[in-house]
Design a binder for this molecule. Structure first.
Ligand code: ADP
Ligand code: MG
Ligand code: MG
Length: 940
């Protein structure tokens, strides 16, 4: 047997394996050798390690790693993700080679533990646990106590000297197995769980309330009722043989990779389906054998705030998911120190906390069980955290030399930085609400931020209201994976039950949702669709506010205020030194700058936007859409006069007025930029976009222009186009009406000259839109140079400038070598380039694109994330051709994609010089650019 395949050297640098996307150096190489499907971890032998996440899944790799560094892990083995892939390839079956390798691993386990699998006298019991590459909390199902049957349970009773315990394990096993493997489940989210119903029925018959009141005999009865439930539901008997149970469970874990919840989760987090999950089979330890036992979960630091405090909770005498499920309210982990019986284990936990951070180089989220006072580690992974915790932890741990700066950058989620820009409650309005007696209760602060919205009580309603454009707060007693859709649709989540590691808190942290969990005083009534507390009742559709930073729940609406970052950077109403958030954020941003090689620009057309963007780190304007300025105040009237003019002289008259506005606009931009480059695009949209379309508006305009209304009607009608996106727009306008280009160029240079004269540097870049033929560009370039020279002569200011083009239609990309002859730069207008390459109108795609994503025809919305294979290939072509003519051509992107992390990675890869995005996406782009540089190093 292939037990002796590639021995990995123990990894010395902890950081080496702590990467969520660790590349696999562990794929079996030779095809002549039989594939190794099973990796053992135990005292005598550890096949895997922390670097092998793609093969062993996150859980399996880290179980191996923990075993390796000497932490107390119950021994077991991992069936690889490759088996999952095979499983689906051959029609949901295990490949033949798998079970023999499993049997071999079981034998090793039996030897190590001195127990026998399937034995009636001394049974080895195992947990069967899923484990994908990236953790997918709550997505896959775990089966505990596998190996029990009517005989083995008696052996367990004898061994533990505790019949109640043995039968409690048994009933849990039958329940989990019946649910997960045999599919006995509730049909609707508000239905009762079938097994719970049976248990409830029995308790009622016995006049008992708590699970703990059930005696051994009661549980024996419960097991037989559970088995009957399974038989009735499925027509199949509960399997008696351990090996059959194991086969069923392993298959079920692999199957759960394709369940609806898992698919939804993967879609949201862009986890590829091909990755598959591993299956971990691990010997059981028991946290429910008495008061010298416990089970718990903990984070090495607070994952909501990032504070360096031990953060966790545990339950005495409990098994498995009791903590997360919120059935009983757990104790905070620090309490354990005071526990007379298991107190000593707390000291060990504290040690483990340090060991984990040191070894894994990041905050760890781990699970443990204490069996008869002995601590066992069941899992560890990098802790999911809020954006606030991310920046604080990265800052602190890098300074403490526990985390490498590279990991600090790589492990961040750029998109999540938006959380730090989210509004917070307005202090005055908040205090007012409290003094009005609107404070209902205080729960656990599980996801920082402020959320005000209408209360809803089901995931369906949350989606319904959100689709209707309302902000909603989802209120549930507790949440489960079925609520995921509703949680995604909500601005905030409120639960009345569950602790800091409950499902709601976990998911909220990860999604960056505002969340208050476990607000126990609040009574949530699903029947009446209302919640009440402190004499206040809120019905579905009424407004509620939750403060995820303090845990407070407040009736009604509360006004919000700018985030601290905005107050520091944009409003300048808060001093940088007074904001901790800013300090940590700034640390990450500056660290990003050390690694990134891409430049950062912004799409902006107002000085205030430029100010904000520069404060966030923009190094110039990547796209100024001149026409946005046309709509300010009464300017539009002159613009309309310019468009509707019947003669050149009339047009020139209107232009003479428009140029004055434009000059001021550009002056403002140049001043705000203070020497940074400004890429200004000449007029782009079809002219009819500026014209009035309603009757009254046209009449109004006719009056202002002193022409008959019919004339306006006729002109508007004449400008109507069947397909404006592909019509008279872009440089086609400048070619038809050179005087418009002339006016704009003159405005730009007059403004530049004035600003330069006042001692502020200027760097104008004139960009010609929608070029498909180099002759189009040449036509416009002639105007630019001519007018620029005129202004330079008139003003005596020598101005350095560039002229280039937007590459946004396929012909432009395909003939980029010709275009580059006279273009000094390209900026990829990937919005139009995507529309024209796909032949798909962005504005109309809403009706069919969602289905495309569902069916997997496309992986993501191509207007949000660049279509690398299609559009990307045109970009590559244009980059190569452009550089072949003009090696130093400057290359950027200004489409919406410039702020999308995966598109930014693409831009880095093809070697663009900069990305440009809207001002508030700059932090996202800044981190994403650094990540791209770390993943794919290039020379600066
Ligand atoms: P998830 O991926 O959903 O966290 P796990 O595989 O971690 O699922 O299992 C869920 C719970 O089952 C764990 O939190 C732990 O309490 C319990 N569990 C898992 N493996 C064992 C084991 N070997 N012994 C005892 N309990 C276990
Ligand atoms: Mg777990
Ligand atoms: Mg365009």
């Amino acid at each position: 047997m292939p037990a002796a395949t590639q021995k990995k050297p123990a990894s010395k640098a902890a950081m080496k394996f702590n990467s969520s996307k660790s590349t696999s150096k562990s794929q079996p190489k030779s095809s002549s050798r039989k594939a190794k499907y099973v990796y053992f971890f135990g005292k005598g032998k550890v096949d895997g390690d922390g670097t092998m996440k793609s093969l062993l899944g996150g859980k399996g790799a880290n179980l191996a790693q923990m075993t390796k560094i000497g932490l107390p892990v119950p021994p077991g083995f991992t069936i690889t993700t490759e088996v999952c892939t095979e499983y689906y390839k051959i029609g949901k079956k295990l490949p033949n080679e798998v079970m023999p390798q499993v049997t071999e691993a079981i034998a090793r386990l039996e030897k190590e533990l001195g127990k026998k699998f399937g034995d009636r006298k001394n049974p080895l019991l195992v947990a069967v646990r899923s484990g994908a590459r990236d953790s997918m909390p709550g997505m896959m199902d775990t089966i505990l106590n596998l190996g029990l049957n009517d005989d083995a349970v008696e052996a367990l009773k004898a061994a533990s000297n505790d019949g109640r315990f043995a039968y409690d394990c048994y009933r849990r096993f039958v329940q989990m197995y019946g649910d997960v493997v045999m599919g006995v489940q509730k049909k609707h989210e508000n239905d009762d769980e079938p097994f719970e119903s049976v248990m409830h029925q029995l308790k009622t018959e016995l006049g008992k309330h708590e699970d703990t009141e059930l005696s051994e005999d009661d549980l024996r009865e419960l097991v037989s009722r559970f088995k009957k439930l399974i038989k009735d539901h499925t027509g199949k008997a509960f399997p008696n043989e351990a090996i059959d149970q194991l086969k069923g469970a392993v298959g079920a874990v692999f199957s759960s990779w394709m369940n609806e919840r898992a698919i939804l989760y993967r879609r949201k987090y862009k986890i590829p389906t091909e990755w598959g999950t591993a299956v971990n089979v691990q010997s059981m330890v028991f946290g429910n054998m008495g008061d010298d036992c416990a089970t718990g979960v903990a984070f090495t630091r607070d994952p909501a705030t990032g504070e360096n405090v031990f953060y966790g909770e545990y339950l005495v005498n409990a098994q498995g998911e009791d903590v997360v499920a919120g059935v009983r309210t757990p104790l905070v982990v620090q309490e354990m120190a005071k526990d007379a019986i298991i107190g000593p284990a707390y000291k060990e936990l504290e040690k483990v906390r340090k060991t984990l951070e040191k070894n894994f180089g990041d905050v760890q989220d781990f699970e443990f069980t204490i069996e008869k006072k002995k601590l066992f580690m069941l899992q560890t992974r990098n802790g999911k955290r809020t954006a606030l915790a991310y920046v604080k932890i990265a800052h602190d741990m890098v300074k403490e030399k526990l985390m490498t700066p590279e990991h600090a950058i790589k492990s961040g989620d750029p998109e999540a930085l938006n959380q730090l820009l989210q509004p917070i409650f307005d202090t005055k309005a908040y205090e007012a609400a409290k003094s009005e007696g609107r404070l209902m209760s205080t729960g656990l602060a599980a996801g920082p931020g402020a959320a005000t919205g209408v209360a809803v009580f089901t995931a369906d309603k949350a989606e319904e209201f959100a689709n209707a454009g309302k902000r909603v707060v989802l209120c549930r007693v507790e949440t489960s994976p079925e609520d995921l859709r509703g949680m995604i649709a909500s601005a905030g989540i409120l639960t009345s039950r569950g602790g800091v590691s409950s499902h709601a808190a976990l998911v909220a942290r990860q999604m960056g949702k505002v969340c208050v969990a476990g607000a126990g005083e609040i009574e949530i009534n699903y029947k009446t669709h209302s919640l009440s507390c402190n004499g206040i009742t809120i019905k579905e559709g009424e407004t509620i506010s939750i403060n995820g930073t303090t845990g407070e729940v407040i009736a009604g609406e509360i006004a919000t205020a700018d985030s601290e970052l905005k107050q520091v950077l944009v409003g300048k109403t808060l001093k940088a030194s007074d904001s901790q958030v800013f300090k940590y954020f700034d640390f990450i941003m500056k660290l990003s700058d050390k690694y990134r090689t891409l430049g950062l620009r912004t799409n902006a057309d107002e000085p205030e936007q430029v100010d904000a963007a520069v404060a966030f780190g923009a190094e110039g304007i990547g796209l100024c859409r001149t026409e946005h300025m046309f709509f300010k105040g009464t300017r539009i009237d002159d613009v309309r006069r310019m468009i509707l003019a019947k003669s050149e002289s009339e047009r020139k008259e209107a232009l003479a007025r428009v140029i004055e506005y434009q000059k001021d606009d550009f002056e403002g931009l140049f001043r705000a930029l203070n020497g940074k480059p400004a890429c200004v695009r000449l007029l782009d949209p079809p002219l009819h976009e500026f014209l009035p379309h309603e009757h009254s508006q046209m009449a109004d305009l006719a009056q202002k222009m002193e022409v008959p209304a019919e004339e306006i009607h006729a002109r508007v009608a004449a400008l109507h186009e069947a397909n404006p996106m592909l019509g008279h727009r872009g440089c086609r306008l400048g070619i038809s009406f050179p005087e418009i280009s002339e006016m704009q160029v003159r405005a730009i240079f007059l403004a530049a000259a004035k600003v330069q004269k006042s001692g502020v540097k200027v760097k104008p870049e004139i960009m010609v839109p929608l070029v498909g033929f180099y002759q189009e560009l040449d036509h416009q370039i002639e105007i630019v140079h001519r007018v620029a020279n005129e202004v330079i002569k008139e003003t005596g200011q020598k101005i350095k400038y560039m002229v280039g083009t937007m590459i946004e239609i396929p012909r432009g990309a395909l003939t980029a070598d010709e275009i580059a002859t006279n273009a000094e730069f390209f900026s990829f207008g990937t919005n139009d380039l995507t529309q024209t390459t796909l032949g798909m109108s962005r504005d109309d795609s809403g009706t069919f694109l969602p289905k495309y994503v569902d069916l997997g025809i496309i992986k993501a919305n191509p207007f949000a994330s660049i279509d690398v294979t299609g559009v990307g290939s045109l970009v590559k072509t244009a980059v190569e051709k452009g550089r072949s003519t003009r090696p130093d051509i400057k290359l950027g992107i200004c489409g919406e994609h410039g702020g999308d992390p995966s598109s930014i990675a693409f831009c880095h890869e093809v070697g663009l010089n900069y990305v440009s995005c809207s001002p508030y996406r700059i932090p996202v782009a800044r981190l994403a650019a650094a990540q791209a540089a770390l993943r794919m190093p290039k020379k600066k």
